[in-house]
Unconditional design. Structure first.
Length: 315
């Protein structure tokens, strides 16, 4: 395939960024709670990227062999990163798509992470959830071995499942509360009594995440774009916490409704993720240019909705 890169190896329309150096690997042990968090924290890095790139857009990195326009998944991901890094507030590799490649997938993931600029936060979408030493091992793998800035977690096991992640005060822990799939209601909408009030189960998870956030201020939520009414309720319960919003694009989440429902009073606070609609905007030789165009258009639309007046929230 003929290359579109210039003499310096750059794609037309893209900027050159220093590659990510990582935070260095820590020994396999729980983090020392007495140590000051490394600077910048996930939230600081996220806020800086939002301001610098004027963007709430996150590009999900999901290398699907059935959709890849080239055979080399690592090259594909690196090229997407290079083409879109100045348009986003974060990148979100979904670890399942890398694990599916077996041993080669881990190499692809580490190469992808190395290509992401240091000043763009990495959210590894893993939704890990277990207890005790297993949860601690998951946290070590994601935060130390892979140097993720933030991860998604599954809180079904309660505080024990999340606590090892929370101990990393400088990293972000995004708690899966309301997903974007149609059958999310099977469990997430079940009524439960929490704090003396009947609520859907997902709201109980939101409130527990809010409690966990009080210690280090490093917790956020995951709320699907396909349920904007619930997203608005989550924002009312957590006025300042960051919310990752998947389901934009290929899952046909209503963008305007999701953005207006999830914004904070400061017109930020949401991480609008798009994966397939950006990655596979073209499955031909121009895939990088098409991905850049799709990400730029999404950023433009999100910013337009950010500027619209925020209607009073229902009580």
């Amino acid at each position: 395939m003929a290359s579109r890169r210039d003499a310096a190896g750059r794609l037309p329309g893209s900027r050159h960024f220093p590659r990510r150096t990582g935070r260095g690997r820590r020994p396999y042990a729980a983090p020392d709670a007495t140590m000051a968090p490394m600077a910048p924290t996930f939230r600081e890095k996220l806020d800086a990227a939002v301001r610098r790139n004027h963007s709430l857009v996150c590009v999900g990195l999901d290398p699907d062999p059935a959709l890849l326009p080239i055979e080399d998944a690592a090259e594909f991901c690196r090229t997407i990163v290079e083409a879109t890094a100045d348009l986003v507030c974060a990148f979100k590799p979904n670890i399942a798509f890398f694990e599916a490649f077996g041993d080669a997938g881990w190499e692809t993931l580490t190469e992808t992470l190395a290509a992401i600029p240091d000043d763009v936060p990495v959210i590894i979408d893993a939704k890990r959830g277990d207890i005790g030493n297993t949860a601690a091992a998951y946290a070590h793998a994601l935060f130390d071995a892979l140097a993720a800035d933030a991860v998604t977690v599954n809180a079904y096991g309660g505080t024990d499942a999340v606590e090892p992640f929370l101990e990393y005060a400088d990293r972000g822990i995004l708690v899966w509360c309301r997903s974007s799939n149609p059958s999310a209601r099977d469990f997430q909408d079940l009524p439960v009594e929490y704090e003396g009030k009947m609520r859907p189960f997902w709201q109980a998870v939101v409130l527990k995440a809010r409690d966990w956030n009080r210690k280090h201020g490093n917790v956020g939520l995951v709320m699907g774009a396909t349920y904007p009414a619930q997203l608005r309720q989550a924002r009312e319960l957590c006025p300042e916490m960051p919310i990752l919003v998947p389901g934009i694009g290929a899952q046909e989440g209503a963008l305007q409704d999701a953005v207006t429902a999830g914004l904070t009073a400061h017109r930020d606070g949401i991480i609008v993720n798009a994966s397939r609609s950006v990655l596979y905007a073209s499955r031909d030789k121009d895939y990088a240019l098409a991905a850049r165009a799709a990400a730029a258009q999404l950023r433009e639309h999100v910013n337009r909705y950010r500027e619209e007046p925020i209607l009073p929230r229902e009580r």
